[in-house]
Design a protein around this ligand. Sequence first.
Ligand SMILES: Cc1cc2nc3c(=O)[nH]c(=O)nc-3n(C[C@H](O)[C@H](O)[C@H](O)COP(=O)(O)O)c2cc1C
Length: 186
Amino acid sequence: MNGAIFFSGQYGSTAQYADWIGEATGLPVFDVKDANADPSKYDFLILGSSVIVYKLTIRKWVKRNLASIENKPIILFTVSGASSGPKLDGWIADSLPESLVSQMEHVALRGRLNLKDLSWWLRLVLIIGAWKNDDPKARKEEMEGFDFMDKSGIEPIPKLVQQFQSSKTSPSQQVDPAQSQRPAAV
Ligand SMILES: Cc1cc2nc3c(=O)[nH]c(=O)nc-3n(C[C@H](O)[C@H](O)[C@H](O)COP(=O)(O)O)c2cc1C
């Protein structure tokens, strides 16, 4: 089985994780803005997406390419300020088709926010988001920026790739009667 990494990000942290995953797996890396990013050529996919204002930035590309990705094994890695948990799961569910979410593996990675990179109106968006955030730690991060980049976070991904390559189906597509109701792994 041959696979590839397709990512969507704006400020470099998702691209950095995609490159680290490319190095660790030997798979090609494509920015979804690249016209040559054609998922139909691959048997399995690693999709990487930043989260901006509670949505996955890869969602429109996924919608456009749904026909060529929906029946393939998929690993999704998200890059966000928030860590894994119900909030992030909800944003994924709001951004991607349910049929895709239920069949994919998910690895949550935390990114970087450098306020100096942002236009004044995006900073305003973040200030408004911070006002609405009831978690004081997350509110401080939105107001001051953060750097949670951590290469070791990608470790589950090469292992999942090995499983894909040694079997014909994704681990979440292999039905275990005892666990068939479990949500996608995080
Ligand atoms: C305008 C803006 C909105 C953001 N909204 C969210 C959000 O809703 N939830 C979250 O967890 N992180 C949010 N973030 C943090 C980004 O997910 C984080 O900075 C990520 O590393 C960006 O990826 P990139 O460097 O590939 O663009 C936001 C960042 C920006 C600049």
